[in-house]
Design a protein around this ligand. Structure first.
Ligand SMILES: *Cc1c(COP(=O)(O)O)cnc(C)c1O
Length: 374
């Protein structure tokens, strides 16, 4: 067995599900139906059932999913879209790419998500949409965000690349992350909670009209074959990836349970370290732990990371730089200082977490952190 510790051990999950996955992949190879076809349709239907949402449209990756979602809203150049400054670059990148204006706002120090108050304060007459990001595995507090969005007539796109399978309590139901706003997007990048063996993504919506528009945009703006109604893109989920995802979807709740168990063990191990804040769990969303992210509040985050790395224990910083301080976003950096985002960029440290983490591996990671404080 390989004892090198990894942030995410993808191989161990594949080995456990190998028979099921290999059979599904072989069926696609035998059919020679590589683009669209029954494998993609089957996965889209199963994912729609799992999420309890009317429409799921596969696409090439999570960044495309965000771009296509925005394109479907019919916005005008210069329209403003509110995004958290503490997120992966893709969330804001596609906004700028479409000549829209990303308006970056601060996040909560406990759950790292944006709040309805911050969103409302950022709304101007040009605001057309907000993109809450369900960071690290639990949803933003969506009910008040939806209220603010409805009150001001703006669209909500949920960037759900990190929280697929999480459920949020709202109006007496438990709604799947990504099905609460107008459109939800996700990524099937291998290291995501529902990961394929390459790139993949999907877009969810309850609305028939939006779904039709999204399908058309993802397929060269084509309404019927060789008739193009608008400028679109070519963004498809491959049949092979869909077949793999169809197998893995059946295990997604088990994956989340396994991740939560790892998180619980970390929580218990670190609860007595005074300057280490373990992940704060939302009261309304369950946590599927895409990342297990600590806040190191004694100013020694980088030293702890170096201490772990020196022992062969990986630990990563998601994310080290507020988006408005990135060179690429210089044209949008009239916001100069968001205190929580800047604090988090200095304090966060994510530890390895995955579905087949062996107790002895986790113990080495825990001892690595403890030894720093002894
Ligand atoms: C991974 C990720 C994306 C982009 O997904 P890709 O499939 O890599 O394009 C977008 N947003 C967030 C929050 C992500 O974590």
């Amino acid at each position: 067995m390989n004892d090198k510790i990894q942030m995410v051990d993808l191989r161990s999950q594949y080995m456990r599900l190998k028979e099921e996955i290999d059979t599904a992949m072989q069926a696609v190879l035998d059919s020679a139906w590589y683009i669209k076809g029954p494998a993609v349709a089957s996965f889209e239907t199963h994912l729609a059932g799992y999420l309890d949402v009317e429409h799921v449209i596969g696409c090439a990756n999570g960044t495309d999913a965000l771009q296509i979602a925005l394109m479907a809203l019919g916005l005008e150049p210069g329209d403003e879209v509110i995004v958290p400054a503490f997120t992966y670059v893709a969330t804001a990148e596609v906004i700028a790419l479409l000549h829209l204006k990303p308006v970056m706002v601060d996040v909560r120090p406990d759950t790292f998500d944006l709040t309805a108050e911050v969103v409302e304060a950022a709304i101007t007459p040009r605001t057309k949409a907000v993109v809450p990001v369900h960071l690290f595995g639990q949803t933003a507090d969506m009910a008040p965000i939806m209220d603010v969005a409805r009150k001001h007539g703006i669209f909500v796109i949920e960037d759900n690349a990190q929280a697929i399978g999480a459920r949020y309590e709202m109006a007496g139901s438990r709604l799947a992350a990504g099905t609460i706003g107008d459109i939800g997007t996700t990524s099937f990048f291998p290291a995501k909670n529902l990961g394929c063996f390459g790139d993949g993504g999907a877009i969810f919506t309850r609305e028939e009209g939006l779904a039709a528009r999204i399908r058309m945009i993802a397929n060269h703006g084509q309404s019927k074959r060789y008739y193009h109604d608008e400028i679109g893109v070519n963004s498809r989920l491959d049949a092979l990836q869909a077949a793999i995802l169809d197998v893995k979807l059946k295990h997604l709740d088990d994956f989340a349970a396994r991740r939560r168990k790892v998180a619980d063990t970390y929580d218990a191990a670190f609860s007595k370290l005074e300057t280490v804040q373990t992940p704060v769990r939302s009261l309304k969303s369950d946590h599927v732990f895409h990342q297990y992210t600590l806040r190191i509040k004694d100013g020694r985050r980088d030293a702890l990371k170096a201490h772990l790395n020196a022992q062969g224990i990986p630990a990563n910083i998601y994310y080290p730089v507020p988006l408005y301080k990135q060179k690429a976003f210089a044209p949008f950096s009239e916001v100069k200082h968001l205190p929580v985002t800047e604090m988090l960029c200095k304090e966060v440290l994510s530890l390895p977490i995955y579905t087949e983490m062996r107790p002895e591996i986790q113990e080495r990671i825990i001892q690595g952190v403890r030894s720093f404080y002894e």
